[in-house]
Design a protein around this ligand. Sequence first.
Ligand SMILES: *Cc1c(COP(=O)(O)O)cnc(C)c1O
Length: 413
Amino acid sequence: MTIPKPNPGTPRAERSMTLDDRLRADLAALEGAGLRRARRIVEGPTAGSNGVEVVVDGRQLVNFCSNDYLGLAGHPELRAALIRGAELWGVGAGAAHLVSGHSRAHHALEEELAAFVGRPAALLFSTGYMANLGIASALAGRGDLVLEDRLNHASLLDAGLLAGARFARYAHADAVDAARVLARSDAPTKLVLSDGVFSMDGDLAPLPELSVTARAHGATLVVDDAHGLGAVGAGGRGTLEHHGLTLDDVPVLMGTLGKAFGCFGAFVAGSEALVEHLLNRARTYLYTTALPPALAEAARAALKVAAREAWRRERLAVLIARFRAGAAERGIALMPGSSSQAPIQPILVGDAARAVAWSDALRERGLWVVAIRPPTVPDGSARLRVTLSAAHSDAQLERLLDALHETNLEARP
Ligand SMILES: *Cc1c(COP(=O)(O)O)cnc(C)c1O
């Protein structure tokens, strides 16, 4: 946010504006541009709805904007593990991992995460945002290069800015453009950071090309697979599994536990050396309280269920295919690059106010689809971000498709 600051040239009256005056002016500017955000209060899931029906502002809505892709957030085994975990461990971890906060539950989860993604080691972080900040700052610094896809998630972009290295971006999903920047750099350490599935576009990064490019230029590829893990790949091992990529291709993998795994938290998986380095150097690991151990127990249950109940991924794939086909039949244009593999299926609208109006019209019909506006996405590319979950029923999907058709507010040429 840019809060208008008084400068020496501004009239005295404005210079004497209080902080609240300036904040209100900024909010009014956001409002005027159709970019002011507000939260909706979820009263709770409706009974028996698998968590996909929620009551919001007194109205029952089918949720098509959560990242609970496998429908695990309300799964009975996860609930039971969380409760058992709280009975055993209490609520808070009480300290950072390197003090006294690292429990057997955390340690077991790290081992199971490493096994799940087929890597030697994994390290838990409290959130994906913090994991990304920690990775970039621990692996790069002054004199180094951090190179990112223009459409990376905000946390990866912030991570690059915070690392203190030279920060550069390449054209979206363009490994040739990335190669051009890498070829011009003689930085001792070069990191290439990319989402595995782009969070607002639903397309897959060209990871095979990026890994070849990174290696050719002595760079390290870091993949944030927040939206791939659990949902993408035959075994739910994410975009690396989908593309058949190994530890050598992608030395640093970040995954989150708050999306397809239905929990909270994040991890980084790679070599033993990587994990030892991060636990010594990543400030967002060192200086924060460990996740509640009960949550680690819930995440362990999530991994088990995700591996065992393959039908959830199969069901998700069926819904994605039906949604794409149904949208095409009804003349609803999905984002050009959006992938048939990913649970994120956005509809490009363009104008922010129109995207909001469309989202409002859907809510009137009991469907919750969030409008995504700048600065989360580039100017002029506001969209409806539809996300699908294995927990959605056929009838709910049909309702969404029909309502999208009836309320279509897309920008038409
Ligand atoms: C959600 C998300 C994150 C942040 O993860 P949290 O655990 O929610 O902090 C990071 N990267 C991407 C691509 C995401 O979508």
